[in-house]
Design a protein around this ligand. Structure first.
Ligand code: FES
Length: 122
C-alpha cells in the first residue's frame, strides 16, 4: 500500500470530480458534500475510462400500492456513465444499479491536513 497526495480538498468543488494519474493506475475522486469517493478509472465491463464519463441524477420510478407507475423522477443520488458502452455506476457505492456483482474498484481516500490522500494497492 502506498499513500499518494493528489490535490487539496478545496480544489474539488461539491458535486465535482477529477481523475488523477498515479503511476500504474488512474483514479477518479468524486466529492459529495464533505465526503470523497475514489474509484479506479477502469470499467468492469471492458476496461473503459469510466471516471471520465458524464454524471447524471439517477432516474427512479415511483410505484403505488398496486405497483402501477406514478411516473419517473430524478433521485438525489447520481450515477456516472461509462463513455464506452453506457454502463452506469452509483458514484457513492460504485455499484451498477441493475447488477450488484458489477462494481467499480474502490480506492481508499482520506483528507489529511487539507490534502486528498489515496491509499493505492501495491
Ligand atoms: S467499458 Fe464501460 S461500459 Fe463498456
Amino acid at each position: 500500500m502506498t499513500d499518494v497526495r493528489v490535490a487539496r480538498f478545496d480544489e474539488i468543488a461539491d458535486g465535482d470530480h477529477r481523475v488523477f494519474s498515479t503511476g500504474k493506475r488512474e483514479v477518479g475522486v468524486f466529492r459529495v458534500g464533505d465526503k470523497l469517493f475514489a474509484w479506479e478509472n477502469h470499467c468492469p465491463h471492458s476496461g473503459g475510462p469510466v471516471c471520465q464519463g458524464k454524471i447524471f441524477p439517477r432516474v427512479e420510478e415511483a410505484l403505488d400500492d398496486e405497483k402501477k407507475s406514478l411516473g419517473l423522477k430524478f433521485s438525489q443520488r447520481r450515477n456516472i456513465v461509462c463513455p464506452w458502452h453506457g454502463f452506469e455506476f452509483d458514484i457513492e457505492t460504485g455499484l451498477h444499479p441493475g447488477d450488484p456483482d458489477v462494481r467499480l474498484r474502490k480506492i481508499p481516500v482520506a483528507v489529511r491536513d487539507g490534502d486528498i490522500v489515496l491509499t493505492l494497492p501495491g
